[in-house]
Design a protein around this ligand. Structure first.
Ligand SMILES: [Zn+2]
Ligand SMILES: [Zn+2]
Length: 242
């Protein structure tokens, strides 16, 4: 199982960057997790847009879904140009009907609702969900192929439930939109200390800090998380792979 960071910025992408997007591949199956601003441009460095097998969305904030429309156009245009049409399933939650309906643009893409109470099988992956603490309904994902397990917090302020949810995972992709001493309670985001605390308590094998802020020195996020969690901590970077 191979994970590639397509984009990692919180809110909006900096020049030539992209906001949230992660490509997870195994056994010839390509799953795109979140599809933020500029993710469509960046993801084509790793996979042809017609070779994506599924997309799954944590929530409907712009920095996680901005490129769904262009992705639908890309599938349409490649189909018109003679690429074999294959309907792309886009999984999202149903708590926001209006945004959910936008996932369907037949015959190119079709929205499927995931039931967060149940695990979802997508190709080689089994995905389970945890509702996060965020201004809109959002789900964290725990994804396994039976050998390796990746946990993605999506957007959230600190939740003690993350510790069980991320337990013993090989990689924790933790949002880290804030620095030590800030309070993410209202914004629905976490600090580097909270990321480090979850990684430590859940005994994950590796921590990747993502959904990075547009201020401060990112290296400081790593240092503070490392002061709490003694495993490897890395900053999300475009093209970073696991
Ligand atoms: Zn976000
Ligand atoms: Zn959000």
């Amino acid at each position: 199982m191979k994970l590639t960071v397509v984009g990692f910025w919180g809110g909006f992408p900096q020049a030539n960057g992209a906001s949230s997007g992660y490509l997870l591949q195994d056994n010839g199956f390509s799953l795109l997790i979140d599809c933020g601003s500029a993710v469509l441009s960046k993801v084509q460095q790793y996979v042809h847009v017609m070779d994506l097998d599924a997309v799954i969305l944590s929530h409907y904030h712009h920095d996680h879904i901005a490129d769904i429309g262009p992705l639908q156009y890309a599938r349409m245009i490649h189909t018109m140009l003679g690429k074999k049409q294959k309907e792309l399933p886009i999984y999202g939650h149903m708590a926001d009907q209006e945004n959910f309906e936008r996932l369907t643009r037949l015959p190119y893409t079709k929205g499927y609702a995931y039931n967060p109470e149940e695990s979802l099988k997508l190709g080689p992956f089994t995905i389970s969900f945890l509702k996060t603490k965020h201004p809109v309904v959002c789900y964290a994902m725990r994804i396994t192929n039976g050998e390796k397990t990746i946990c993605y917090t999506a957007d959230s302020s600190f939740l003690p439930e993350f510790i069980d949810f991320a337990k013993d995972s090989d990689l924790l992709i933790c949002e880290c939109n804030l620095y030590s001493g800030q309070n993410g309670e209202n914004a629905g985001h976490m600090t580097c200390d909270e990321a480090g605390f979850i990684a430590k308590e859940a005994r994950v094998k590796k921590l990747l800090l993502t959904h990075l802020p547009h201020f401060g020195e990112h290296q400081e996020l790593v240092e503070k998380a490392q002061a709490i969690y003694d495993g490897p901590v890395e900053l999300a970077k475009e093209g970073w792979t696991f």
